[in-house]
Design a protein around this ligand. Sequence first.
Ligand code: SAH
Length: 456
Amino acid sequence: QEFLREMSDKDEKINSLRDMGFSEDEANMAITICVDADLSVLVDSISASQVTEVCHSRNLSDHQVTARCFDSFGGRKRARLIEESKKKRKRYGGGAQGKRPSLDGSDEESMPLPKPMVGFNLPGYRGPSMTRVLPELATGPPYFYYENVARAPKGVWAKITRFLFDIQPEFVDSLHLCAAARKRGYIHNLPTENRSPLLPLPPKTIFEAFPHYKKWWPSWDQRTHLNCLQTCMAPATVTERIQQKLSSSGNPPPQSVQKYVRHECSKWNLVWVGKDKAAPLEPHEMEYLLGFPKDHKRGVGKTQRYKSLGNSFQVDTVAYHLSVLRGMFPNGVRVLSLFTGIGGGEVALHKLGIHMRVVVSVEIGEANRQILRSWWDQTQTGTLIEIADVKSLKDDEIATYVRRFGGFDLVIGGSPCNNLAGSNRHHRDGLEGEHSSLFYDYFRILNSVKSAMANM
Ligand code: SAH
């Protein structure tokens, strides 16, 4: 009896999803993963993600979330905001995605990564537009945009989502927009219809980006895209070893050598610059792949350039999401930019032709601040205010800026991923890690801006 009831419930949901234009496979997949989810959650889950990968996570209980926010950020008002968001979450069915009881009785929340990782839509997408209804507390102004690595330890995205009004992340691999992979999650409250890409479209393959490397590229290295551009460069020993191995074997080299070389090339993102000679990308090539203007970081040491580039936005990807602001703010935007880095968000807005009336930028790296300042002075006419540490940006100062500029239109930033990213196994201690816990400052500051604007 129970089984029959469940089956008809399931069929009904599948039918409804099909009526909405999703394929049977998509509907089945979503239902298999989110067994008991409400229809709205299923819709969200398919739109955001053709689910294949499910990471289970154990989260703080609602009580702990509130307590934590209350403790760390103080103020009854803040706690009330969070309470409200919690109630709304229940009403909107958010946060229920794939919730399963775990063995110890606590809740495990899964945050599926979509495959392919194409976000809500990609440039050139002509299908039905994905509309979403955001809880009132989450809607702009201010608009906000938060970024971090997609493959974070289990539970991290579920927790970030809970803090950011239960808005489902948009997971995108920039591989679908340019010649290098970059898997990132974006939580934002921007409209998702009528986006437009930056033109000209960036090169989509390695050879389109760097035709001159074709000459030395061995046929058995079949990469068409580079891997995610990282913060550190291959040591010389890696490239020397490759050269050694290749020059001492025939052509084509034996399978085992091919395999070894292919592995090293993918791992370190090497390109073929000469006979048997693989080399790391130059910083200006990474800049180009990431959508930054030529020489954006000229004059800064190479190691620093790699580091900042490895952490930065892929400009075309972010610009595609931000493009909706163009029509909404014809007179320009007032931006609060947290963890600005080398200014991926600012470059994206500029390339979109969106005037920045004001940017209050918070970035701790002095070299990064210099890069932003020099780019700003060359390209912008608005006001740039630079602050070093998010920790020092407190409610009263935020309220002062809000009064001075009449509010912010966009709060944008991606907090450090040092304790989340896969390559950092030693310090991969999750959102509470030393650097990654700076996410809570993003959340704190966003809410502070919201309250200051509400009081205006
Ligand atoms: N989205 C940016 C890069 C973000 S990487 C871009 O497009 O370039 C995270 C950034 O946070 C780094 O640049 C790092 O220097 C900065 N950061 C780390 N701790 C910080 C702090 N306490 N206050 C402000 N910025 C910080």
